[in-house]
Design a binder for this molecule. Sequence first.
Ligand SMILES: [Zn+2]
Ligand SMILES: [Zn+2]
Length: 267
Amino acid sequence: MKKQCPFCHQQIFALVYNSHIAQHTERLPDGQQKDHYTVPPNQRYQGSLEGVPQIYYHAKCGMATRMPEEIIRSYLVNPFLYNNTTFCSGCHNYVPSKELTWTETGERLSDYTARLQEAARHISFGKLPKQSIGKRNRVVRTFLVVWSVVVFSMMGNWNRDKNLVEDGAPAIGIVKYQTHDSNLYHYYYEFTDNRGVTRTGRAGTRFNRYTVGSQVPVKFLAYDPTVNCVEPVRREKMHDDLSAVVFLSVFMAIILGVILFVMPKNT
Ligand SMILES: [Zn+2]
Ligand SMILES: [Zn+2]
């Protein structure tokens, strides 16, 4: 089981996750944390930073500090990422953002962040959450689509077989030849439909039921005699189709559960 590291964005084994995080949050000699949370590189703000304030001033110590670019590009897409302290290179420590002002605009950092957060609440509602749960959503959606297609086609076959068995016209077929593989015995039979046309069909059973020359009870759709079956054989297949749908649904639900469990929640 792995988790995504919010500092370096690598997948980290849960067992060593805490010690891995500790490496990132280690303090450097100047008092700054070695690394900071960021938004994954491909989701960061990609536009120009022209006109975006980047250097802030701390009146208490008289020093200015440059905001790292990856942090700027992160809070521009997610202004909720950081808490309300910011590193000051004069104090060698994290100080309240309300004590810091941008040299470019004179605005307090705390007001600036509040403004970004307010804007994020208004622009394209749902943009941030969508970005953060997109991958999980896509997995769930893909599974549901595949599952519906499989079930739909299986139920289609099942329904056709049901029509055939319930409403099909009866005929007597003759087994023309027979093959078998490791799973099934296959019978190729001929019968005469309601218009006197000779038709062929195929059936399979798990046990050797007929021999060449055997008469078999055939059913066919009067409006399309190419759809036909050996009645008791096809009935078995109907049950197989139904249990396959149930089996597949359970199987896919388990796989989906495992994938969602293993997948980090914030990707
Ligand atoms: Zn990391
Ligand atoms: Zn300071």
